[in-house]
Design a binder for this molecule. Structure first.
Ligand SMILES: C[S@@+](CC[C@H](N)C(=O)[O-])C[C@H]1O[C@@H](n2cnc3c(N)ncnc32)[C@H](O)[C@@H]1O
Length: 205
């Protein structure tokens, strides 16, 4: 994220696009009834805002000090999602929203492994990210491609690579997480996926 002014505008500019997604995500999280939630790559902490009137202990981590300045009234910390500074089994639920598609496959793997480590056994991982496919509404496809192109060369390359790798299909190892539910949202341009963590003792070697 370039600077604080851009970070401050992030929620305002994306509100029309993200508000319904944030609300849906919050509803699903509340139904899962976690006591503690971590938003990995939380950005401005906007998704956590939608949960602030609950009893859930809310935490966020992000690398950008500019984004975190906007989230300053919440428990959001500057940490690298590839190397999270929380102990094993710390949270009932972790979410990663709109953050995997912009990273290299190698970094995505590290983040998923970290999520696995800090989620409690039988806890949940919730991923919300692009999933452009033949069913995506054409205008959503054009708008998203344009946004991702304008986000920069590396960002766009990773976005395309993410789709070549079938989004989360090659990334999420069934030995770590079991897919419970997948819902297509935002004109079928995104997927909201709920995974449960396979408890460490039941992992196949
Ligand atoms: C597109 S934004 C999404 C933010 C937020 N999840 C949302 O839904 O609005 C991606 C975020 O990932 C953060 N990020 C990128 N690399 C990171 C890393 N290695 N560790 C933690 N955060 C990272 C960026 O700073 C940015 O805030």
């Amino acid at each position: 994220m370039a600077n604080y002014s851009v970070a401050k505008l992030y929620d305002i500019l994306l509100y029309p696009f993200l508000n319904n997604i944030r609300k849906k995500t919050a509803r699903i999280i509340i139904q899962l009834d976690p006591k503690s939630v971590i938003d990995i790559c939380c950005g401005t902490g906007n998704q956590l805002e939608y949960l602030k009137n609950t009893d859930i202990r809310l935490t966020g981590v992000d690398l950008s000090p500019e984004m975190l300045k906007v989230a300053k009234h919440m428990d959001c910390f500057q940490q690298d999602a590839r190397n999270i500074e929380f102990p094993d089994n710390s949270f009932d639920l972790a979410m990663i929203q709109l953050a995997l598609h912009e990273k290299s496959f190698d970094d995505q793997k590290k983040i998923i492994n970290e999520a696995y480590r800090i989620i409690k056994d039988n806890g949940h991982l919730l991923i919300v990210d692009y999933e452009i496919n033949a069913k995506t509404k054409p205008h959503s496809r054009y708008v998203i491609n344009a946004i991702e192109f304008l986000a920069g060369k590396e960002h766009f390359r990773n976005f395309r690579e993410y789709h070549k790798n079938e989004c989360t299909n090659k990334l999420i190892n069934g030995n770590l997480f079991i897919l419970e539910k997948k819902i297509f949202i935002a004109g079928k341009s995104m997927a909201l996926q709920i995974y449960s963590k396979r408890p460490t003792k039941f992992r196949r070697n």
